[in-house]
Structure formats: structure tokens, C-alpha cells
Design a protein around this ligand. Structure first.
Ligand code: PLP
Length: 384
């Protein structure tokens, strides 16, 4: 059902699913104790954590060979992995050098630059279609011999899917550690294959869970892995008092996603197709990124032929559509998106770009509403 104002910024964050909110409320009300406390209530809080971890492991297809570590979200997790891998390199545990995708989220890009000497970072560029070239990935693995690699699953700005399963396989064959920033997958694409990534990160608020909570997958065999030092929480891997209510809510959110995404995906795909068709018919010269490659069905990243992106989002806002200029974490930053630049788009084009990212459960009605809002905004922007 379409309401007055519709949210189209789901790649930035999502509202909590009712069952996740209920779980959070229940645990925070009845079982708010510190999981490290020695009395029975502390034990109950520990049990909540254990059950949440088991639920997540079941859905993600994880077994003994993986440890799912609760974190405050993906920024922390990405930092932890890349800092640890850089330390391993510095100690000579594995080869120096990091192979990194050309359109990564700042939580990966900036972490790489912070923890690795610049000369040891090898970027595998994305092509005009937004995807890394696997032959180049393979060539860099063989030629530069990096000790660790990271490639995101789906781009948060464009929704374009990277060939992350193949990249993981090539890394395994080359004996190189691999991390996947899989934040944008749950609720929008299949999670199959994640256990083949030695490390991956998820963030609950991107799939109907609470903010400030995520999961980092670490191979059990990596017993030197250390994310955050302090107490012995999370087996000493990530110190800091755990949040059972957040963990329980995240597990409920992923359960909802598992139960629903197979119906959501086709519906949002149809809705998005209709939206893009209307745009092509209404706005001559409009560009839709990633049309020819696999991408998330909830995302449409558009470069308009005219109009500054801030003007577009303000007009859309007035038309009842909450869209954005790209990544939420870059909204306050000057300059065009690094993702578009990496794909070879001009700064001028990037300044006319708008991201529409619907909730995964949206269907035709919501996307139609967005298309009408775009048509309304276009009437104000186009000179004709
Ligand atoms: N990685 C990707 C691909 C993202 O889209 C985001 C959030 O925008 C993050 C990492 C950071 O996640 P968090 O908000 O949990 O720190």
C-alpha cells in the first residue's frame, strides 16, 4: 500500500522488522543482564547470545569451521579484518600486499589505506559496467602475489553485484585470505556461497535489524585473529560487553529475510523494471547504471540528463519520495562519488545522479509512485 511519503533509501538503512523489534524489547526488558555476570540471570543473557548465534549460523550455513563474532556493525568489522591482516603481513605470516576491489565502501577503502603501506595495495579496477574483471583479479593474484584480498558482494551505491563467489574461489586456489563486505546482500540477493568466504561482514540495520550491530565471520582456524582488545568477550576476539538484545533482534531480522526474500525479490524486480521503463520513456538521455549486469533488485541508480542531484532529491522529497545522492556516509562530503569515478563517469555526470533503493518488499505500487514523483520533478527541472 502506498502512503503519503515513501522511503527509497534502503541501502542506507532499513526500518526494523516487527519481530526484530519485539525480540529487542523482550530481551532488553526481561534479560538485560551482562552476559559475563556469574549469577543465573547472566547465564540467561549468555543463552540469548548463544541462541542468536546459532540461528544466524543456521541461516548462513555455517558450521564448526567458522566463528560468528558480534560487532557494532560493518565499519568496525571491516576495520578489524583489514587491520589484523595488515599485522599478519607485517609479521611475515603471509605475503605483504592487499588486493582490493576498485569500488569498495569507505569502511574498506579507508581501512586499507590506514593499515597498509600504499605501495602494497593493489586495486583491481572496476570496468565501465561497475564489475571487477575476474581475469584481472586472477592476474593480480598471480603477478603481485598479495597476502590478502577483499571484494564487496554488492555495491551500496549502484546495487551492482561483484563476482564475489568466483573471487573467493580464485583466492582459495591461490592460497590468499579473502574478505567479503557482504553488507548489501541480505534481503536483496541470495546468501548462498557466503561460507566459502573465509571472512565476511554483515550489518543488521541493512536488513531490518537494529543499528549498531553486525556479524563478522572468522575462520575458526585463524586463532591469532584479534579484533578489539580488552576483556574476554566473544572468546577474546572482540572485547566489549555484548548486546544480547541487539543480537537477538538481528537473528530475528535474518530469519524474516530467509522466510521472505524469495517472494520479495521477483516483486521488487518487477517494480523496479516498471520504474526504469517509465524513466526511459519520460526523460530522454537518462542513464541507468548496471542495466546489463547482475544487480540488486531493490536499487536503481540513475544519472539524469539535467539537474543537480541535490535539487533532484529536494524535489523528490516534496513529491513524497525519500531518495538519496548516493552513499549515506558520503552525503556530507564534497566531490563526486568515488564509485562513479571508478566506473569512468565524469564528475559532471556524478553530480546529476540519484540513488533509488527501495525496501526489498516493495512491489509495483511503490515503484510506480516513485516513477510519478520523478516525472513530477522532471517537469520542474526540464526547460521544455
Ligand atoms: N559496507 C557497505 C557495503 C555498506 O553499505 C555500509 C553501510 O552503508 C557499511 C559497510 C558500513 O556499515 P555500518 O553502518 O554497519 O557501519
Amino acid at each position: 500500500m502506498v502512503t503519503e511519503k515513501i522511503y527509497f533509501d534502503a541501502n542506507a538503512t532499513t526500518p526494523m522488522h516487527q519481530r526484530a523489534l519485539a525480540a529487542w524489547n523482550r530481551v532488553e526488558t526481561e534479560c538485560w543482564y551482562n552476559p559475563s555476570s556469574p549469577f543465573r540471570e547472566g547465564g540467561r543473557a549468555r543463552r540469548v547470545l548463544r541462541e542468536a548465534r546459532e540461528t544466524l549460523a543456521g541461516i548462513l550455513g555455517e558450521g564448526e569451521e567458522a566463528r560468528l563474532v558480534f560487532t557494532s556493525g560493518a565499519t568496525e568489522a571491516n576495520n578489524m579484518v583489514l587491520r589484523w591482516a595488515a599485522e599478519q603481513s607485517a609479521r611475515g605470516v603471509h605475503r605483504p600486499g592487499l588486493l582490493v576491489g576498485g569500488a569498495e565502501h569507505p569502511a574498506v577503502r579507508e581501512s586499507a589505506l590506514a593499515y597498509w603501506p600504499e605501495a602494497e595495495i593493489f586495486v583491481c579496477p572496476v570496468q565501465r559496467d561497475g564489475r571487477v574483471d575476474l581475469r584481472e583479479w586472477e592476474r593480480l593474484l598471480a603477478g603481485e602475489k598479495p597476502g590478502f584480498a577483499t571484494l564487496m558482494a554488492a555495491n551500496n551505491e549502484t546495487g551492482i553485484l561483484q563476482p564475489w563467489q568466483e573471487a573467493a574461489r580464485l583466492c582459495a586456489e591461490a592460497g590468499v585470505g579473502y574478505h567479503c563486505d557482504a553488507v548489501q546482500l541480505p534481503g536483496k540477493a541470495s546468501l548462498e556461497g557466503l561460507p566459502q568466504c573465509p571472512f565476511y561482514t554483515l550489518s543488521a540495520h541493512k536488513f531490518g535489524g537494529p543499528k549498531g550491530c553486525g556479524v563478522l565471520r572468522v575462520p575458526t582456524r585463524e586463532n591469532s585473529f584479534h579484533g578489539q582488545r580488552g576483556g574476554e568477550q566473544e572468546g577474546g576476539v572482540r572485547s566489549g560487553t555484548e548486546a544480547p538484545a541487539l543480537a537477538a533482534a538481528m537473528a530475528e531480522a535474518l530469519t524474516e529475510v530467509r522466510e521472505k526474500w524469495e517472494t520479495w525479490a521477483p516483486e521488487s524486480g518487477e517494480g523496479r523494471a516498471l520504474f526504469e521503463e517509465v524513466l526511459r520513456q519520460t526523460i530522454p538521455g537518462v542513464q541507468i547504471l548496471g542495466e546489463g549486469v547482475p544487480r540488486l533488485t531493490n536499487t536503481s541508480f540513475v544519472i539524469f540528463p539535467q539537474g543537480d542531484q541535490l535539487r533532484w532529491v529536494r524535489l523528490l522529497d516534496r513529491q513524497g519520495v525519500m531518495a538519496s545522492t548516493g552513499a549515506a556516509c558520503a552525503t556530507a562530503k564534497e566531490g563526486p562519488s568515488h564509485v562513479l569515478a571508478a566506473m569512468g563517469y565524469e564528475a559532471m555526470e556524478a553530480r546529476r545522479s540519484v540513488r533509488f533503493s527501495g525496501l526489498p518488499q516493495y512491489g509495483k505500487a511503490e515503484w510506480e509512485f516513485a516513477a510519478k514523483a520523478v516525472a513530477g520533478a522532471w517537469q520542474k527541472i526540464s526547460p521544455a
